[in-house]
Design a protein around this ligand. Structure first.
Ligand code: NAD
Ligand code: UD1
Length: 341
């Protein structure tokens, strides 16, 4: 039987590469489109090492109408598109808003236009927990009201969801699932793929692993006077492989149910403070993290975690990796990248 083909934009990146692995292991054929602006082409060989199959690859910019039309016209047998391609650094988006709006929104509109033109019916979109801003009630569900975005990056996710909703309304033959990821962490258990931040990491987990590896002298904890159970910010840290699995469930759900547009939170239901994450990392890996308490980071909300019951009921998905295994995989990946034993 011929394998169903999925186009993954941004598939050489952190979440995309794990999803490519999971899709191939579930029997899908994968075509990756990536401009390699935040990733490396050798990720394709790593995916092949893990799965035995090298995904098809087109180096192209999703904002380029000519190349995307050409790729979609040659691959109009695809059953779906998973759209990861985006710039994602919050601070950079504040400094360069136009770059973020152009890249993230033009990519999305170009992809949608070509899905309609070539009758590719199913889209999965990478949205983010940041659409909830600072919610009045926790944990958040999909019914929690969205808040105005606090950064241009966040605005591209809020606007992206609106663009998709309007497009599906106008083209009922299209299905779309918007997945609001909470805080993805960890790496593939093989240690062959993981997160490769450019320069100094903005996110907590790569900062922890780089501090453990001696690349950074110490981790700055942004604030210890938040109105939370221990004074530190609380987030919902979720294994990237659990996130990857949800994309397969979403594609299969759309193929089976033709649902129109739906939105799901992807979290664990467990809020962890910065300090609790550091302590869990130390105990999972038997290593000490050098840290200091610093000022609050502008734009950080005190607490954010999610209920993902809807994804469980409809997609049959739940986060299943243990925090300990996730934190071990993050450290193993960092050791491999840094050439440590
Ligand atoms: P990533 O930067 O590792 O991967 C994104 C990939 O997209 C990269 O390989 C990059 O080269 C590519 N890309 C960017 N712009 C492109 C363009 N115009 N054309 C073609 N390729 C392009 O990021 P990630 O962490 O894997 O995130 C994937 C998606 O999930 C993004 O949309 C991001 O906003 C979203 N998201 C990520 C997180 C997170 O914490 N990692 C949380 C919420 C949402
Ligand atoms: C951030 C973005 C969010 C984006 C997500 C994924 C902001 C305000 N939010 O989420 O829009 O979707 O990344 O890219 O940037 N922390 C430290 N020290 C550090 C780094 C982080 O104490 O060196 C703390 C932060 O204050 C926060 C927690 O760790 O409380 C998690 O931070 P981070 O990994 O950046 O994720 P978010 O801020 O939740």
């Amino acid at each position: 039987m011929q394998k169903s083909k999925i186009i993954i934009t941004g598939g050489c990146g952190y979440i995309g590469s794990h999803t490519a692995v999971a899709l191939q292991q579930s029997g899908f054929k994968v075509l990756i489109i990536d401009n390699l602006s935040n990733s490396q082409e050798n990720v394709l060989d790593k995916i092949a090492d893990i799965t035995g199959i090298k995904p098809d690859f087109e180096k192209a910019d999703c904002t380029n109408p000519i190349s995307i039309k050409d790729i979609f016209s040659k691959n109009n047998d695809a059953v779906g598109v998973i759209h990861f391609a985006a710039l994602k650094a919050v601070g950079e988006s504040v400094a360069h808003p136009i770059m973020y709006y152009k890249n993230n929104l033009n990519s999305l509109m170009n992809i949608l236009e070509n899905m309609v033109e070539f009758n590719i019916p199913n889209l999965v979109f990478s949205s983010s927990a940041c659409v909830y801003g600072e919610p009045e009630k926790l944990p958040v569900t999909e019914q929690t009201p969205l808040q105005p975005a606090t950064s241009p990056y966040g605005a591209t996710k809020v606007m992206g969801e609106t663009i998709i909703k309007d497009t599906v309304r106008a083209h009922p033959e299209l299905n779309a699932i918007q997945l609001r990821y909470f805080n993805p962490i960890g790496a593939h258990p093989s240690g062959k793929i993981g997160e490769l931040p450019n320069g100094v990491p903005n996110n907590l987990m790569p900062y922890i692993t780089q501090t453990a590896a001696g690349i950074r002298e110490r981790l700055s904890i942004f604030g210890n006077d938040y109105p939370t159970h221990d004074g530190y910010c609380v987030r919902d840290y979720i294994d990237v492989n659990d996130i990857a699995d949800a994309h397969i469930d979403a594609i299969q759900y759309m193929i089976k149910n033709n649902p129109g547009i739906e939105t799901f939170n992807l979290g664990t239901g467990r809020g962890l403070s910065v300090m609790e994450l550091i302590k869990a990392f130390e105990s999972a890996n038997n290593i000490k993290i050098n840290y200091t308490i610093a000022e609050r980071r502008p734009g950080d909300v005190p607490e954010l975690w999610a209920i993902s019951d809807l994804a469980n009921q409809k997609l049959g998905w739940a986060a299943k990796r243990s925090l300990e295994d996730t934190l071990k995989s993050a450290w193993q990946w960092q050791k491999n990248v840094s050439g440590l034993k």
